[in-house]
Design a binder for this molecule. Structure first.
Ligand code: HEC
Length: 101
């Protein structure tokens, strides 16, 4: 019982850490992107979602790559830099987040 309880504690702790990291990552995206309005720095998440959501699975995989490695030439003159320290799983979650706008 004791062991089960500490295992549960560990899992909860890992889950809340993961949430905090996703929150920070999303904040980082928000320094350039906004939800509805294109900004001078970047296209809106709504515009990106509208362009790609019909491709769903393929789009999620491709955008996850873009989020990790950066993008240029698809929207305007500005390039998106790579996202530092993002894991493959986080990048996939962020891609899904953008596609759900
Ligand atoms: C420094 C500013 C900046 C930050 C920070 C930033 N982006 Fe971008 N993002 C851009 C720009 C500029 C483009 C357009 C690039 C282009 O034309 O290919 C873009 C494009 C995109 C695209 C579309 C790429 C494509 O191939 O059409 C996605 C998806 C995206 N960003 C997601 C994110 C997510 C998620 C984050 C946070 C992890 C993020 N961005 C952080 C500037 C930024």
């Amino acid at each position: 019982m004791q062991a089960a309880r500490s295992l549960l504690g560990l899992l909860l702790c890992a889950a809340s850490l993961a949430r905090a990291d996703m929150g920070l990552l999303k904040q980082h995206c928000g320094t350039c992107h906004s939800a509805e309005q294109n900004t001078e720095q970047a296209p809106s998440f709504k515009a990106i979602s509208e362009r790609y959501k019909s491709e769903s699975e393929a789009a999620q995989a491709r955008l996850a790559e873009v989020i990790a490695q950066g993008s240029a030439g698809r929207w305007g003159k500005l390039a998106m830099p790579p996202t530092p320290r993002v894991t493959a799983l986080e990048a996939r979650k962020l891609a899904r987040w953008v596609l759900d706008f």
